[in-house]
Design a protein. Structure first.
Length: 491
């Protein structure tokens, strides 16, 4: 597979490009993204779907700019997806031919079912594990649904209701609220009942904007949209009111300027979707069609699914920052064994074993990042990099552990700041102690045999070789555990 791949997404509202750089077999990172507001579908829905000349010219110029970006980054592969506005257009061949002949770019128009599938693949791979959910992707011309069970897309559906379509057909003509609801409910009546689930994953600009508004309303403690969730019943009144708001009222909600002209229509659709599906919880996803297109290419030999126990965030960080991945794996093994050895004392749920092990695996990276900065800066970097495959609670736990503050007061202040997303404070303190001991054992970065003996609250660390760095590091730890080291006893 190409090292750098560009994905071009031509929607009814905008044309976007993202560039991913592959760092190992399944790992990659985003190195460039750009979005150009084109509205290629503008005026089309009131003219039988025909693309208008001005919109086509604007889209052509946007693609010229995007190809300049792709060329400068030396991308070896370009994947494209043109969605509702083009697939509905009787004159789409005219536009496709212009682009092909003038720019040498061959655009692929995808069907609604394919668009829904790509969104489902993105959510299944890049969100934390959710047993059963339905994705909802509200675009300019259509809305796509994918039912996902145990990480696999099992059903897809596409409906011809979208923000631009609804705006031109009803909102611009000042249709009544009753007319709009009847139109939407009639369209949604076609959606099969099996898409009705309690968990909805929201994809696309409209639902990201709505989730951002709700995050601010809740005074959410971290600015991380991907994976943010909310209960429908807590915000039903707000969601119902947005379609009736003026621009002035929407701006007070911090709706971005480029979203103002279609947010009412998009939220109107979403409100009726929530009622139709009887949804209880919404999870926001920043991953959608573009990511799904990339993943179906990357994972084409693995049924469009990452391997078991693979985490894209962890592996991408190791590829980018680790000086020695074997040493990172050693730190992880030590933390796992420590967690198991101390289990009679800490009594933490086994789910935290995975998190403290990941924190240990990343701890050599943290040491590197903090040479020229402080742990506060790396804390925010970890929050950003651990975006895929973790819930907000999980990535916050890892990032806080990696701050590795030796001052208990500072740790307690951090805990108070994020308490609503964290386990009890005693659990956090135990995870901190486990990680701190593992880091001390890895102080000289020597990969060796290590084991532990626990007797009441006394733990003996058995090591192959003596390490004065390890001993001095352990002496500085503030813990009620009695720590001792015996070296030269393992071979």
């Amino acid at each position: 597979m190409a090292k750098r791949t560009a994905i071009i997404d031509i929607g009814s509202n905008s044309i976007s490009v993202v560039v991913y750089e592959k760092s190992s077999r399944y790992a990659f990172s985003l190195i460039k993204k750009a979005r150009i507001a084109v509205r290629i579908g503008e005026g089309a829905y009131e003219h039988g779907g025909l693309l208008q000349e001005e919109a086509m010219q604007k889209a052509y110029r946007a693609l010229e700019d995007i190809l300049c970006i792709i060329g400068s980054l030396k991308c070896r592969k370009i994947l494209t997806a043109a969605t509702s506005a083009l697939r509905d257009a009787p004159n789409r061949k005219l536009f496709l031919s212009r682009v092909s002949k003038g720019l040498g770019l061959h655009l692929k128009v995808i069907e609604g079912e394919r668009e829904a599938y790509l969104g489902g693949v993105a959510a299944a791979n890049l969100l934390y594990p959710i047993e059963h959910f339905t994705t909802v992707d509200i675009g300019g011309g259509s809305t796509e649904f994918a039912e996902v069970k145990r990480g696999r897309v099992v059903a897809t559906y596409s409906l011809n209701i979208g923000t631009v379509r609804l705006k031109e057909l009803l909102f611009d003509k000042e249709a009544s609220e009753e007319e709009i609801e009847a139109f939407l409910d009639n369209a949604l009546s076609q959606l099969p009942q099996h898409f009705k689930v309690s968990h909805i994953v929201g994809i696309g600009g409209t639902l990201r904007a709505l989730s951002s508004v709700i995050m601010q309303k809740e005074k959410y403690p971290i600015a991380s949209l991907h994976g943010f969730s909310y209960r429908v019943k807590d915000h039903k009144k707000l969601i119902k009111s947005i379609p009736k708001m003026s621009d002035k009222e929407l701006k007070k909600l911090d709706i971005s300027t480029n979203r103002l002209d279609t947010i009412r229509e998009g939220v109107a659709i979403f409100y009726r979707v929530l009622k139709r599906l009887d949804a209880k919880e919404v999870i926001a996803s920043k991953a959608g069609v573009r990511e799904g297109l990339y993943l179906t290419d990357l994972l084409r030999n693995n049924a469009h699914k990452f391997p078991e126990n693979f985490n894209i965030s962890i592996k991408s960080m190791l590829d980018k920052f680790a000086l020695n991945e074997k040493n990172c794996a050693f730190a992880q093994r030590v933390a796992k064994e420590l967690f198991e050895t101390l289990a009679p004392l800490h009594r933490c749920d086994k789910s935290y074993l995975r998190l403290v092990a990941y924190a240990a695996k990343l701890s050599p990276i943290n040491s590197r990042l903090n040479i020229y900065s402080n742990s506060g800066n790396s804390f925010y970097l970890f929050l950003e990099y651990l975006n895929f495959g973790f819930s907000h609670e999980e990535k916050l736990i890892i990032a806080l552990l990696l701050k590795l503050s030796s001052k208990e007061k500072k740790r307690r202040n951090d805990y108070k700041r994020f308490a609503e997303l964290l386990p009890d404070q005693e659990t956090m303190e135990w995870l901190y102690i486990i990680l701190s001991i593992a880091r001390c054992i890895n102080a000289n970065r020597k990969i060796q045999k290590v084991s532990f003996l626990l007797e009441q609250r006394s733990i003996t660390i058995l090591m192959e070789r003596e390490s004065i760095l390890c001993e001095q590091c352990l002496e500085k730890l503030s813990t009620s555990l009695k720590l001792s080291v015996r070296s030269g006893v393992l071979s």
